[in-house]
Design a binder for this molecule. Structure first.
Ligand code: C5P
Length: 310
């Protein structure tokens, strides 16, 4: 057993937006084959890991944290326990999370917490695991956890967990409109399957191996927000809007406020608006706030999960 030698480790992990999300057919394991382009955004989860005999968690936030589970279903707690088990660590840990990513919003906040817990506990317990091994544990915890470790901008295939970094130039400016109540990811995927089954004859064939449109990669490499706006796509958007029809209005209001385009982030219900520049993003945020929305500014790409201090 490794004896903890640090008295605390503080780690930061980013939320994300899917710039492109192509969803293939449902597989036997309950997951869909995906092709996704992720971008990490400057909304962060900050996790502090403190040595403890047992496993405990506490949560505060800049966002509403009332929906965060504090029991064994919490993904950060599961991450810490999984790492302890695999690395043969006998100790526990107290995790404190301060959330900056909207809860159940489709922005990967829970995945960021899990990535943060892996990195923090790895440092606290000095497990000596290789980065590849941490990545494997991350993929076991959830499809989006490896990207939260990695950060930046990346293509994800398979379940979304097999990552390839993408070249980008400059910064992209975003405004997030956060809806009050979260949407469940499995429910949104289920709605997509249901809609596909009901309308199969009228829909294009679902590709066995979905891929990200090259235009996304060109726009990212050119640092061209207007071009990227044309290329953004999310196969889950229609399902999320069907489950939450008021999202259509949110999408329209952001564009009317000056955004280049809005897109459902992941499985929603957060709407991500891409803006031409920082000045325009701040104006869009202010106008949406004025209209009564909970709107946040962020830029991307942000770096992945990092130890801030120990
Ligand atoms: O991996 P994670 O727990 O984040 O996934 C949550 C749910 O999202 C899965 O249980 C599944 O219903 C759905 N999902 C999927 N295909 C993927 C990723 C997630 O169907 N590639």
């Amino acid at each position: 057993m490794n004896v903890p030698s640090l008295d605390r480790v503080i780690v930061r992990s980013p939320g994300k937006v899917n710039l492109f999300l192509a969803v293939g057919e449902l597989q036997d394991d309950g997951y869909h084959e995906l092709a996704s382009a992720f971008q990490a955004l400057s909304l962060f989860e900050e996790l502090t890991a403190i040595p403890s005999e047992t496993f405990e968690i506490s949560v505060t936030g800049d966002v509403d944290v009332s929906g965060v589970p504090l029991d064994d279903t919490n993904l950060a707690l599961r991450a810490a326990k999984l790492l302890a088990e695999r690395a043969g660590v006998g100790a526990g840990v107290h995790l404190h999370i301060h959330k900056g990513v909207p809860v159940a919003g489709g922005m990967g906040g829970g995945s960021a917490d899990a990535a943060a817990a892996l990195v923090a506990c790895d440092a606290l317990w000095n497990t000596g695991l290789h980065t590849n091994e941490l990545h494997e544990l991350a993929a076991e915890l959830g499809a989006d956890v490896p990207f939260a470790l990695h950060g930046g901008t990346a293509i994800g295939v398979g379940r979304g967990d097999k990552l390839h970094p993408v070249l980008t130039r400059g910064r992209f400016e975003w405004v997030l409109a956060v809806a009050g109540e979260g949407l469940s990811t499995p429910v949104v995927y289920g709605e997509l399957d249901r809609r596909r089954d009901a309308h199969r004859a009228d829909l294009p064939i679902v590709p066995v191996l979905p891929r990200v449109d090259d235009e996304v990669l060109h726009a990212l490499r050119a640092g061209d927000a207007a071009r990227l706006a044309e290329a953004l796509h999310n196969d889950l958007q229609a399902a999320a809007v069907a489950l939450r029809p008021e999202l259509k209005r949110v999408l329209e209001d952001g564009v009317a406020a000056g955004a280049l385009i809005g897109i459902v982030s992941g499985s929603g219900p957060t709407i991500a608006f891409l803006c031409a520049d920082a000045e325009s993003a701040l104006m869009v945020r202010d106008e949406l706030q004025h209209a009564g929305y909970n709107a946040l500014y962020a830029y991307g790409p942000a770096s992945g999960t990092r130890v801030m201090s120990s």
